[in-house]
Design a protein around this ligand. Structure first.
Ligand SMILES: Nc1ncnc2c1ncn2[C@@H]1O[C@H](COP(=O)(O)OP(=O)(O)OP(=O)(O)O)[C@@H](O)[C@H]1O
Length: 334
């Protein structure tokens, strides 16, 4: 069996949106307010015995663009925070499982990321950090409504729970459109790999709750988990059907993708993502012998910012495609 259903689910994330009482929301606050928010959150972290030694600070205005891009590609900060080079700030736990994003859409957002289907564990960790911070931060909170947030869609619990899923067989069999349309109708948001406003690449989708108000966090999480489990079953059934009914075509498809990815001399991110989807599916179906964890690590490392970070220099897009091909061939043939 696969660890935490990681044949289909790449990762789980929980983020909590919080604001500080008596400070205007980020969309209308002054620079001095933003500085104040950073100070308040840092003090809350460093004055807490459990939290104080765990985090590394990233000031968006002081880190270089490659580092910022790499943090987004590793899902440690959001694209929105990376763009706030005026007063965006992040505290990231040394093991990369927790990020506290400061001065994003809300004053602070606590996010936890776990591998595979692990939403409840991600929630437990986020909830604990939230409680520890709340010992020293006076959150904007209303007794009737709950946590007050910059955008009304987050009011109440302020929670967005999400999973990143790989759905190649539903895509090959043409069922993906109907399935995604029906989950949207029952309150699940469907997004691309880097969140709101981004496209799906390599048959990877992010599914999250749309409703934050009127339900307890655990209900929101269990509802999402229930939908995801159904999608996992649908995807596995489609994989099984493809493997039994269209075996030669599948072996051909995976073999071609593997041939290209392991011999390419020039490889764009988009082409990699397309080929990776077939190779990952082939690895799960045991058509080829590669560990899916290695494929997932490769998928993170070949993204433009991460690749430049690994190579230790800024390179133009065409040369990047050459270096990406070299890197992939070396890792795959390893
Ligand atoms: N399950 C997940 N695994 C890894 N990264 C995730 C996951 N879900 C979301 N992310 C990352 O979190 C970042 C923000 O995602 P998104 O825009 O969907 O949410 P948000 O900013 O928290 O919510 P909102 O749109 O309500 O402000 C993106 O970089 C995205 O890739």
């Amino acid at each position: 069996m696969f660890e935490h259903d990681n044949d289909v689910v790449l990762s789980s994330r929980v983020r909590l949106a919080r604001n500080i009482k008596d400070i205007p929301f980020p969309s209308i606050m002054k620079d001095s307010d933003a500085e104040n928010v950073i100070d308040i959150v840092k003090k809350a972290v460093y004055s807490n015995e459990i939290l104080s030694a765990q985090f590394i600070e990233y000031d968006m205005k002081n880190i270089n663009p490659i580092e910022r891009q790499s943090l987004v590609e590793r899902h440690l900060i959001s694209p929105d925070l990376a763009q706030n080079t005026k007063n965006g700030y992040a505290l990231i736990k040394k093991d990369n499982t927790v990020s506290i994003l400061i001065n994003e859409e809300d004053h602070l957002r606590i996010q936890t990321i776990m591998k595979g289907l692990n939403i409840k564990e991600a929630w437990n960790v986020a909830d604990k950090i939230d409680d520890l911070l709340e010992e020293n931060i006076n959150y904007a909170y209303n007794e009737k409504i709950g946590y007050l947030t910059s955008c009304p869609t987050n009011v109440g619990t302020g929670i967005r729970a999400s999973v990143m899923v790989h759905l190649p067989a539903l895509s090959i069999t043409g069922q993906i459109g109907n399935i995604l349309n029906s989950v949207v109708k029952i309150g699940i948001a469907v997004r691309g790999m880097y969140g709101e406003g981004t496209q799906s690449l390599g048959d990877i989708y992010q599914l999250s709750n749309q409703v934050t108000l009127g339900q307890r966090e655990i209900e929101i999480i269990e509802n999402l988990e229930g939908v995801v489990k159904q999608i996992i079953n649908n995807e596995r059934k489609a994989r099984n059907d493809l493997f039994t009914i269209r075996r030669v075509q599948m072996e051909d498809r995976v073999g071609r993708a593997y041939g290209l990815i392991s011999n390419a001399r020039v490889l764009s991110t988009q082409e990699y993502m397309k080929l990776m989807s077939d190779v990952r599916l082939g690895a799960v179906l045991k058509i080829i012998d590669i560990d899916i964890k290695e494929i997932d690590e490769l998928t993170t490392n070949i993204q433009p910012g991460n690749l430049q970070k690994i190579l230790g220099k800024q390179i133009d897009p065409y040369e990047r495609d050459i270096k990406r091909a070299e890197y992939v061939v070396q890792k795959i043939k390893g």
